[in-house]
Design a protein around this ligand. Structure first.
Ligand code: URA
Ligand code: SF4
Length: 483
């Protein structure tokens, strides 16, 4: 059996990995015949390079490789991890997917899938930290030029850089990390080698200005002390010029949330004018604790559904739940009680969860649309499906919930929820029970809605529909076990 080696350069590049993986697949090089190595520096100990596999022979026909989009997304995230096995893990998964195990990703009990999910989770966490804790300092003697030092756990600079480019589009900045640097000149991003902490000015004359800046842009609604304590190890704190202001800001946060809420639509004031471009507007105008969101949603008039309904039914559950269930819209009982999933559909869901041994109280339950849409028939109010316009109008609330709860897993119950989370065109019957990875790395799948189960006519059909729902929800047992 021949052995080959292949180098992926840079090691976190999806393109580089994909090119190599395609070449290997095309030549039917099995996973255990191939050593995956990071970077471009070859060593005498390397097995012959895969690039020489074609030497002297006619290349086989280009195979048609169709892999699920969710696998490609997962691969892009996992490649940023520092685990030396990640590239071979991904190739083994690709091999299995293209050799008869097309729905591999729907099996979260599989050891390879589990490992890949764990890697992606770690990279997501690291990405989140970098977005939250990078602090720029002005370069002495340069106008509007800023530099930051950051030590990510994984190789995420390329992945996160576009976020900073959008957020700080109007200034020139660089972020240095031990393995890679990135520079934004106001027009484009360029990447270079890693740096040293001493390359980034730690103290400068503008320290006071920075403190004022942070005290002003510090978004109090985003302040989450639990998260800060957990996710802000001393090694981040030490680089933060505003650290000394934090206790005060924490104390003031309550008042300032209210104040922000009061002037929601108004652009926030800034003390450093031209240096910082406006952050994405959605981030700034969305109230950002769950309580603030709930309160704001109670007065929502973004679509006409609020008027005939009794009240907004917002999501409920632990604010740090690892699993979020998204339904369609409140029904009659939910509309009257103000709580999600308390009527017949909720009871069926409860039964399924109970039978699977999943505690409902550990889940965050919400709906794609927060007001009951119905038609009157005599005294009765009959459920009427929300339209795309309602789902779109209501989506910011759902996104706000996702952003705050930051669940590891989202379950969409029914087509409306799936549309709200995955976008229009999601085919529920074709894709139910399959794992997907959202842009922010959150894992998600859709299944049928408990009301759909209840609507089936005949015991046999209902039993079968119920079994389908329960089978899909089995994923959650695995999620809870591996937490
Ligand atoms: N159906 C839903 O989608 N949500 C509820 O809260 C109740 C029924
Ligand atoms: Fe607002 Fe959603 Fe209610 Fe429409 S359904 S009014 S968007 S909360």
């Amino acid at each position: 059996m021949s052995r080959w080696s292949v180098r992926v350069d840079p090691a976190w590049s999806l393109e580089a990995w994909r090119t190599a993986a395609r070449l290997a697949l095309r030549h039917a090089v099995a996973p255990d015949q191939l050593d995956w190595l990071p970077g471009s520096e070859t060593s005498l100990l390397d097995a012959p390079s895969l690039t020489s596999v074609e030497d002297g022979r006619a290349p086989p026909a280009e195979p048609q490789i169709h892999v699920p989009k969710s696998f490609v997304e997962l691969a892009a995230i996992c490649l940023c991890h520092r685990d030396p096995q990640r590239m071979s893990l991904l190739y083994r998964m690709l091999w299995r997917i293209t050799h008869g195990e097309r729905s591999l990703l729907s099996n979260p009990a599989d050891a390879d899938v589990l490992r890949a999910m764990a890697l992606s989770q770690a990279v997501r966490r690291d990405t989140h930290k970098m977005k939250a804790f990078v602090r720029f300092r002005e370069v002495p003697g340069e106008q509007d030029a800023f530099i930051a030092w950051f030590e990510p756990d994984h190789q995420i600079v390329d992945r996160v850089a576009p976020f900073f480019a959008r957020r700080f589009a109007g200034m020139r900045w660089a972020i240095l990390t031990p393995y890679r640097s990135v520079h934004w000149d106001g027009q484009q991003l360029s990447f270079g080698p890693g740096g040293h902490q001493s390359d980034a000015p730690m103290e400068d004359a503008r320290e006071e200005l920075w403190r004022t800046y942070y005290a002003n842009i510090f978004n109090p609604a985003r302040l989450n002390t639990r998260m800060m304590q957990q996710e802000m190890p001393a090694r981040y704190w030490k680089h933060l010029p505003e650290a000394s202001l934090l206790p005060q800001l924490v104390r003031d946060a309550g008042d300032r949330v209210q104040e922000m809420h009061d002037r929601e639509a108004q652009a926030p004031r800034r003390r450093i004018p031209q240096a910082i471009a406006a952050p994405e507007p959605a981030a700034e105008t969305t109230p950002a604790t769950l309580d603030a969101l709930r309160e704001a949603a109670a007065a929502c008039r973004r679509c006409p559904l609020w008027e005939p309904a009794t009240q907004t039914v917002f999501g409920e559950g632990p604010p740090n739940a690892s699993i979020m269930l998204v339904g369609e819209q409140p029904g009659d009982s939910e509309d009257l009680s103000g709580h999600p999933f308390v009527g017949p559909a909720g009871q069926l869901l409860d039964r399924a969860l109970r039978e699977l041994g999943i505690e409902r109280s550990t889940l965050y339950l919400t709906n794609a649309v927060k007001h009951f849409r119905f038609e009157r028939r005599g005294k009765r109010r009959i459920h009427s499906k929300p339209q795309m316009t309602h789902i779109n109008a209501c989506r910011p609330w759902l996104m706000g919930e996702i952003e705050n709860v930051r669940p590891q897993v989202i379950v969409c119950l029914g087509a409306s929820a799936a549309t709200a989370v995955f976008g229009a065109g999601f085919n529920l019957m074709k894709n139910h029970g399959r794992w997907h990875v959202l842009d922010d790395g959150t894992r998600a799948f859709a299944t049928v809605h408990p009301s759909w189960v209840l609507r089936q006519t005949g015991d046999a059909a209902r039993d079968e529909a119920y079994r389908l729902l329960k089978d899909d929800l089995q994923h959650l047992i695995e999620v809870q076990r591996t937490r």
